[in-house]
Design a protein around this ligand. Structure first.
Ligand code: PGA
Length: 262
């Protein structure tokens, strides 16, 4: 007699993802910003597998009180020093003291304004020393046929983590954001993104050991929207989330993005 084939229930648990919303200098008013957080908070209930991190303009501080289990807050940049007479800057300790948990570091728009690899390393160190999770942005400004962009990526990762003691290196997130994709109509191909993430993973593995290479979450950013997010998420096993600009700050685009992530 034929034995019955047991029915095995495959768990349908979705992979955990970060959705980091980089609002840059938007929206225009605190009222609009509150409305976006309200939208995110409702969506977060359906997105149990997603941790949403909002990095609003620093002045929109009252938003931080809307922090919840799955909608967290961060800064768009911090200073490399913990204190100092630096007009216009904010310190990591100040971000932490109002409930911020993350900070972007080395975003291409900051690097374009003079932030160096050395500055990025100092900021990563400072962020970790005050208990913030740095989201380190790396990315080449062009993809050359000879593969020089690989060296750019390696150098950016190495210099960001060089000042950090090894036991804290596992606490960073790295966002791959090729400069030419930021604000562009489309992201690069999935295979180009995948290749860059593998390069970053290999640097982490080779420089700091297998466990750092395994645990540091790698995000992708640059022209992510509702049309591209699913394909990128499903095709790249090493991907742990997204850093999103425009599509995180325009209501309809954000709504569509959140639906696509379900
Ligand atoms: P974008 O920006 O999504 O508008 O391309 C991404 C970023 O600058 O982080």
């Amino acid at each position: 007699m034929m034995s019955r084939i047991p029915i095995i229930k495959v768990p349908t648990k979705k992979k955990h993802l970060f959705l980091v919303c980089n609002w840059k200098m938007y929206p225009k008013t605190l009222k609009e910003a509150r409305a976006l957080i309200a939208l995110l908070s409702v969506a977060a209930k359906r997105l149990a597998h997603v941790t949403i991190v909002v990095c609003p303009p620093a002045l929109f501080l009252p938003l931080f009180s809307l922090r919840s289990q799955r909608v967290r807050f961060g800064a768009q940049s911090i200073d490399g020093d913990v204190v100092g007479s630096k007009t216009g800057e904010i310190s990591g300790a100040q971000v932490a003291s109002v409930g911020g948990e993350y900070t972007l570091v080395g975003h291409a728009e900051r690097r374009a304004r003079g932030e160096t690899d050395y500055d990025v390393g100092a900021k990563v160190f400072t962020a970790l020393s005050v208990g913030l999770t740095p989201i380190v942005c790396v990315g080449e400004s062009k993809r050359d046929a000879r593969g020089e962009y690989i060296d750019v990526l390696k150098e950016q990762v190495r210099s960001a983590l060089a000042p950090v003691p090894n036991h804290l290196r596992s606490k960073v997130l790295i966002a791959y954001e090729p400069v030419y994709a930021i604000g562009a109509a489309h992201p690069p191909s999935v295979s180009e993104i995948h290749h860059a993430l593998l390069v970053i993973k290999k640097v982490l593995h080779d420089e700091y050991g297998a466990s750092i290479g395994r645990v540091v979450p790698l995000l992708y950013g640059g022209a992510v929207d509702a049309r591209s997010v699913r394909e990128i998420a499903l095709s790249i096993p090493e991907l742990s989330g997204f850093l999103v600009g425009r599509a995180s700050v325009h209501r309809e685009a954000l709504q569509a993005l959140l639906t696509a992530l379900q």
